[in-house]
Ligand binder design. Structure first.
Ligand code: MLT
Length: 409
């Protein structure tokens, strides 16, 4: 009989969002007449915008004709898309990232989960708490941790608590870490990072030979001109960071799947003899072996996001979600909740009622209001006592959900 990867047994609960779905489905089965309002998983509700749909259709039609049909695409992604990304997401902001630094993929979840494969198991990995659970769970699956402790922390990971007192920003570590996952605008707290704060991280990384794994999946929600959209806007970051970006929340691609990871040519790490190696060829080797690229019509659809019309259309959709977030935050504050996030970010991070445990509050909201959110404890021990609401919803659901929550109060 074959042996299992026992690291999976260290993961006590199921993955957070399927666990929420399981509880919601059970509740719906038992209460078939109750209309559920979903503000749990950060999944978009608005359809793909017109210019994206047109490009998608064109891509499919090209696949239907022998003269324009395409089989396997380049593993790193079509140059037409990588060039647009480099131009619009970086060069237009004065950041010298080239198309060669960009790897198109089918999601930032996959990329942030897979990235550790190219790094040795001896690395000290810094993890914020609360955090997007993929970073932790992938580290556990890859055998980079010991067992989970009573406090919910895995042995072998270096946790960076992000509580209310530190404005949900991790303190710059005093010890030397080799890899640190950062995410801004943050999932789950909705906190953003200023240029000064990110500069401290880049300085830390340069002084400590550390690599920052920077998840910027929500950068499109930044409206404040002072807030950087990319870690590469910080001088010196190209030799100490890689960045994960996605079309999921930017352009409604959660079901369509397209994202990209930026690995600058300058980024290096060492082997056990201390010799330096560039990271980019390793990620390229990993992707070309285990990934065959994103489909041509999807990449063509993603390219349309950068057209004049596409940029305008997707900005309008983001404005809609941001307005949801503004309404939610204002209304919850009026109800007397302590509320964070919801500005330059699609997530609202609130304190539970009367210091309730966050899963208890989840059950209360589901039973009393039929509203689904995400318990803060699902993002890590420091999320206990907090709750995340997602602004990815239709306006009338948001209003109805808030009304129902106000009645619980
Ligand atoms: C979330 O709700 O945290 C996101 O949907 C997760 C994701 O993008 O994978």
């Amino acid at each position: 009989m074959a042996w299992i990867n026992e690291n999976y047994l260290k993961l006590k609960a199921g993955y957070l969002f399927p666990e929420i779905s399981r509880r919601v489905e059970k509740f719906s089965r038992e209460n078939p007449d109750k209309k559920i309002i979903r503000m749990g998983i950060g999944d978009v509700t608005k359809p793909l915008v017109a210019s994206v749909v047109r490009a998608f259709e064109e891509g499919v039609r090209e696949m239907a004709t022998a003269a324009t049909f395409r089989g396997y695409g380049p593993e790193q992604g079509y140059a037409f898309l990588r060039e647009l990304v480099a131009q619009w997401d970086y060069q237009s902001r004065g950041v010298q990232i080239s198309a060669d630094d960009i790897f198109i993929s089918d999601g930032s979840k996959c990329d942030t989960g897979n990235i550790l494969e190219i790094f040795g198991n001896q690395n000290k990995i810094g993890i914020c708490d609360p955090v997007y659970p993929v970073y932790v769970d992938s580290a556990v699956m890859g055998g980079r941790t010991g067992a989970v402790q009573e406090n919910g922390y895995f042995d072998g990971l270096y946790y960076l608590p992000c509580g209310e007192e530190s404005h949900f920003l991790p303190k710059i570590p005093e010890q030397k870490l080799d890899l640190v996952f950062l995410c801004f605008p943050n999932n789950p707290t909705g906190q953003t990072a200023t240029r000064e704060y990110l500069t401290q991280w880049v300085d830390y990384a340069r002084e400590n030979d550390c690599i920052l794994l920077y998840d910027a999946a929500y950068e499109a929600f930044i409206r404040d001109v002072e807030i950087p959209h990319s870690i590469f806007e910080i001088p010196g970051a190209k030799s100490v960071a890689m960045e994960f970006r996605s079309f999921s929340k930017t352009a409604g691609f959660t079901g369509t799947r397209c994202a990209f990871t930026v690995v600058p040519q300058e980024l290096e790490a060492r082997n056990s003899q201390g010799e330096k190696f560039p990271i980019r060829p390793l990620w390229s080797r990993r992707q070309t072996t285990k990934f065959n690229g994103v489909s041509y019509p999807v990449q063509k659809a993603a390219a349309a996001v950068y057209s004049t019309e596409g940029r305008k259309e997707v900005a309008e959709v983001i404005d809609y979600y941001l307005e949801n977030a503004r309404i939610m935050k204002a209304s919850l504050l009026r109800m007397g909740f302590t509320v964070y996030g919801g500005k330059n970010a699609p997530y609202i991070w609130l304190k539970t009622l009367r210091g309730m445990k966050s899963w208890e509050f989840f059950d209360l909201l589901l039973k009393e209001a039929g509203v689904v959110g995400t318990p803060g404890a699902g993002f890590g021990p420091a999320g206990e006592g907090f709750f995340r609401l997602s602004a990815f919803a239709e306006r009338e659901s948001v209003e109805e959900g808030l009304l129902r929550i106000s009645k619980i109060q």
